[in-house]
Ligand binder design. Structure first.
Ligand code: ADP
Ligand code: ASP
Ligand code: MG
Length: 412
């Protein structure tokens, strides 16, 4: 008998009929002799609708505590409905909100981090032969306030519960049949990967592949929990996210990703002397703004340009802060650009192959796409380009590195 945590995303529980199908699937897994915990998201579109309402009444930055009370309600509906549907099939089921299962988080509303889970309570339900249906995305802080884990957070809830319970695996059911070499909704030729390593998946998730929330991958990696990403609408094997040594093929490039959610700020003519970078980035960090890429030009006349990217939602605030620092850093101007995209290639095999970056730049040049910023790590290369070229860049890189066979496994 295995203990399996299954997570169903918004499209999987979009309406009553979908919920009935999910119930059938859960019950089949239970009847096969497994203990099952099911984690669900809100119905497709529900969280977006709640966010829109919050903005309508609470402004661009609604009060965070009330925002969490509101947006967490989507999951409270689906747990109750799924538990009813499972009971309708003659099985015991019990729903749990974040507070009811003591999913304790810190108090950072809208992006809370999980601290502990009352696994005893869930284990007792399982031992009683019931199926536990838990709300994704939500938790409770030490003062009893409802918190949420950030968009896409149900993946993290499911993985965290799976780790806390010592589950054998976590199955993530979604609207695609696994993790693909690129977003299948953007690139026709994208193909499903049978296996992907935690590190590759971590890079892909942080670089824009929203099929899994980054923190879910981080937690699974820490605990060595296998994740199986698969389709709700079929029964084929999906993608296993596993340890590097369990990945059969070591592809040069296993994924091409994009992220349109960043903006770029350039501080021009800052003094080229120790401490200046700190003067720019410390106030940003103090305001909770997470800076992603940073590029500093070589100094020729004793001054230098510092360019960085921030989440688009923080752009206006970041620009204001950078402008305020101008007198202290001796900068001449601050410029911003919201119309950028970050396009990346990710692959374990890059470590064994020279010339991948050169080839990437060549592909973009042949499409006349100008590169504005570059960052690299052992297993990824990211570039910032003009937003309007996002699709062209992703498709061209996918064609060059994956469809044309450059993603052949490297010799071990
Ligand atoms: P859910 O609601 O089930 O959590 P999400 O919308 O969060 O589903 O994630 C699934 C979506 O992720 C897919 O519909 C797809 O458009 C997108 N996606 C982006 N990149 C990838 C990728 N490399 N492989 C698979 N899906 C991807
Ligand atoms: N319902 C939440 C969202 O839409 C959490 C999730 O689906 O993972 O972001
Ligand atoms: Mg998701």
């Amino acid at each position: 008998m295995a203990l399996i945590v299954q997570k169903y995303g918004g499209t999987s529980v979009a309406d009553a009929e979908c919920i009935r199908k999910v119930a059938r699937r859960v019950v089949d897994t239970h009847e096969a002799g497994n203990q099952v915990v099911v984690c669900v998201s809100a119905m497709a579109g529900e969280t977006n609708a709640l966010v829109d309402l919050a903005r309508e009444l609470g402004g661009a930055r609604p009060p965070a505590r009330e925002y969490d009370v509101l947006v967490s309600t989507g999951e409270q509906k689906t747990i109750a409905l799924l538990a009813m549907a499972i009971q309708g099939l003659g099985h015991k089921a019990r729903s749990f909100t974040g507070a009811q299962m003591a999913m304790r988080t810190d108090g950072s509303h809208t992006r809370a981090r999980i601290e502990s889970i009352d696994s005893e309570r869930l284990l007792r339900v399982l031992a009683d032969g019931a199926i536990a249906v838990i709300a994704g995305f939500q938790g409770v802080d030490a003062d009893g306030n409802i918190t949420t884990l950030g968009r896409g957070g149900s993946d993290t809830s499911a993985v965290a519960v799976a780790c806390a319970l010592g589950a054998d695996r976590c199955e993530i059911y979604t609207d695609v049949d696994g993790v693909h070499t690129a977003d299948p909704n953007l690139v026709d030729g994208a193909r499903k990967l049978d296996h992907v390593s935690y590190n590759e998946m971590l890079e892909m998730a942080s670089l824009g592949a929203k099929v899994l929330q980054i923190r879910a991958v981080k937690i699974a990696m820490r605990y060595g929990l296998p994740i199986h990403v698969r389709s709700t609408f079929g029964s084929d094997e999906g993608t296993w996210v596993v340890r590097e040594e369990d990945v059969m093929e070591r592809l040069v490039v296993s994924g091409v990703t994009y992220n349109r959610d960043e903006a770029k700020i350039r501080v021009k003519g800052v003094k080229d002397e120790p401490g200046v970078a700190g003067q720019i980035f410390t106030p940003l960090a103090a305001s909770g703004i997470v800076v992603d890429m940073i590029v500093q030009n070589l100094s020729s006349d004793g001054t230098t340009d510092v360019t960085f990217t921030v989440p688009r939602g923080d752009y206006a605030r970041a620009l204001e802060i950078a402008e305020k620092e101008v007198p202290r850093t001796g900068a001449t101007t601050v410029e911003g650009d919201e119309h950028i995209a970050k396009v990346s290639i990710v692959g374990l095999g890059m470590q064994d192959h020279a010339g991948v970056a050169t080839r990437m730049f060549g592909v973009l040049a042949s499409e006349s796409i100008n590169i504005q910023m570059i960052t690299t790590s052992e297993i990824k290369i990211s570039v910032v380009i003009e937003e309007k070229y996002t699709e062209l860049a992703v498709r061209a890189l996918h064609a060059a590195f994956i469809e044309d066979g450059a993603a052949e496994p490297t010799a071990e």
